[in-house]
Each structure stands twice: as structure tokens, then as C-alpha cells.
Design a binder for this molecule. Sequence first.
Ligand code: F0G
Length: 457
Amino acid sequence: MSDFPAEPYRIKSVERIRNISREERERKIAEAKFNIFQLRAEDVYIDFLTDSGTSAMSDNQWAGLLEGDESYAGCKNYYHFEDTIRSITNFKHIIPVHQGRAAEHLLFSNTLKPGDLLPSNTHFDTTRANIEYTGAEGVDLVIEEGKDPQADHPFKGNIDLYRLKEFIKKSGKEKIPLGMLTITNNSGGGQPVSLENIRKTSEILRSNGIPFIIDACRYAENCYFIKTREKGQENRPIIDIAREVFSYADGCTMSAKKDGLANIGGFIGINDDQLHEKITNSMILVEGFRTYGGLAGRDLEVIARGLMEALDEEYLAHRIGQVREFGELLRSLGIPIVVPTGGHAVFVDAAALAPEIPRHNFPGWALTVALYREGGIRAVEIGGVMFGKRSAEGKDLFPPMELVRLAIPRRVYTESHFKYVSGVFERVMSDKKIIRPLKITYEAKFLRHFTAEFAEI
Ligand code: F0G
């Protein structure tokens, strides 16, 4: 692992982690009903469950905590937060929320009604759930390459512009109150969207009078890909690219737990005055007043500082390089992964890794159980359990891909951790029977993956 710059930071504070014994892991995963969400984090050695809210803060951010102004209304950190976000996005109104899904809930509950449609490249699971909660439907229109783990394309997160146009024509624009793009496309493998695709999506939506909203969780990583992969962008500062990206949109939802380098928080950026008023009125019920939105003043400060740190090009070069090289390490062991590697995670193609396990026995989920049992590693399935559904006739419906995501927390793990993980994969590859088929014994109606219970067959 060397084809990228070393960390542009050094370690000032550390957190002890432990790998409990194999017997203990065996017991813990059975007690968790084979659902890694039900494990205690202390029982996990390497936690690749998510890159969300798991970043290590900088000394600058920790110092910012002490500058928290905890006044109920109008705290000084809100204005720093607002100024920072406005300097990047240029949206007229900046509304803090406690995390990304709160932004989604507030935006959709104030814009969507039953029967409405909301196209995107691919909606993330909380986004889709919040859309469906209003009775509307989220529609995924990612390009064909984005559904093929092996297809080589620099921007596999792009939306299919032709299908977007046809979709609007067919459905009627009055049924589409918003259009979205998720950058990077988390559910599609953390793949970036090109600047050109963002611009053209904007043109199509706006020419139909449909506001364009960006799900901006990992926008800085997306901008780094634009800089390094899109012709003509290579000499631009990341922040310039980001400003252009947001200039094409009418608003954004953002979980600051990703490219805000914060452990909690998020925001809505929006230009529409009326919508801003509706959202800030309704948020009082659940999130709080519009200058804190479910966050402490110190959290707002941490986000304001983190957002700027995440735009630092040296940081991004290390970050994206680390993820890429980890992917290469797994590939060298013959593990099928989504290529090219995305921004925040390596996605293992579990259907290709364990083809003998049928989809209704959840090969991706089974791999997450195997990784924990073998090595205390926690990864997450993005496949048949997370996005599968049961039809009215009781038939299983599966998403196109069966992936396991190894999400890499920002500024947290070192090269030796990645080597350890690849060693565990090597063991799994040498005896695939370690991956045991599963059946679901309990599931909830929404977001079933969090609480589903399983039995091994
Ligand atoms: N949109 C995208 C693309 C996301 O990846 C997430 C969260 C959200 C919205 C919601 O944000 O968690 O702050 O409420 N993704 C996390 C993940 C949970 O693990 O990928 P949130």
C-alpha cells in the first residue's frame, strides 16, 4: 500500500480496541440473532459498519467544542455554521438538523404527497424510507454501468439522462415535486457523479420546473473524483468545484456525519423562501429552533470546522487513496469488489464471492456474519436484506446488486488494520463454507435490516 500520500496528520489521542476470542464472537453473533447491528461496539475489533459519524475529529475541532455557545436562540456557532455552508453552497437558507435523515424528513414531509414520484441516481435507504413514509415513491435511474459491479466507468454514480427525460415525459412533471442526485452514490457502491452529469440533470429538471436537490453527504469526496477524473477539472481547487456543483441545485440535504467530519449533525440548504418558512416552522416540533436544529452550539462549531477540513486536497488524496489501495489489497486475494473503488468504502460483490448461496438465503448478510465470526470485523450488507422487499403475494423481490460494504471511517484506521482485515478475508476465501446461508425469522415493516433476526441453515 503506497500509491497515495501518507496521512497529512499525526495521532494525538488514541482509543483502545480489543479483539475478543473466537468463542466469544461466536456467542455474541448468535445472541445478536446474526444481525451485526445488534452487536455491542465493544465486541467489534475493526468497525467498518459505517463511515458516518465515526470520523476522528481534529485538534481544531476539539478546540471548537469549548467555544460552543449554548444559547437557545442565535448562538454564535450557528452564524459560523451558516457562513461556512453558504460559502461552499451559496444556498440562501441554511437549516441545521441533528442528522441527514432529519433533513430528508423535513424536506419531504413539506413537499411530497401520496402518489408523487422522486427520481434520483439511487436513493439511500433512509432517503427512500422517508419518501415512502409520505406515500410518494423514490425512483432510481442510475446508468446501466452503475448496476454492474465489474463495469469500468469513471462516474458510475451518474444518472441516466435519457431515462430521466423519458421518465418526466411519461409520468408528467406535476407528479414530480423534486428531483435528486446522491453524491457520491452510496447505495450504488460509493461511486461519483460527474460535474457534467450534475449540470445536465439540473438542466433537465429545471427546464421542467422541477427543483433539484443534492444529497450532499459525501460531496467533497465526489468533488475530488471530479478533479482527478473529469477532463478540464484537474487544476481547480476542490472548493471551486464544490461551488459549481451546488450552483446547479436548488437545495441540498446533508449528513455532516460524513464529509462534515463530525460525529453528529446535518443541514438543509434551500433557496425557496416559502419552503424555508414551512420547514423552519415544522422543525420546531421535532428538531428545535432554526438556529440549532437538534444540535448543541458546540456541534455546530465542530461541523463548521470539519466541513472546511474535508475540502483539504491533501486530506482527500490520502482518504481516497487509502480506500482505493485497500480495494486493491482485497482484489489481489481474488475477492470480487465493485470497481473502480468508490470514495468511502470498498464494496464486496457477495453474489460473485458466494455464488452457491441463493439470494433468498442472503449471501451478503451471511458474509457479514462470517467476517465478524472470523475476525471481529463489522461490515454491512447492501443487498437483499437492506433493499429487498416482499410482494403482496409473499414473493421476495431483490435489488440488482448483492454487496457487502466495508465503510472506512475518516482519519481512524491505519495500514496495519487494513492488512489485518485482508488476512481475515484470505481465511474466508480459503474455506467458503465459513459463509453460512441464512433465513429471516423476524422483520420490521420499514428499514428491516436494523432489527431483522436470522437463523443459520
Ligand atoms: N444519504 C446518504 C447518501 C447516506 O449515506 C446517509 C447515511 C443519509 C443520507 C442519512 O444520513 O445517517 O445522518 O441520517 N448513511 C449512513 C451510512 C448511515 O452508513 O451510509 P444520516
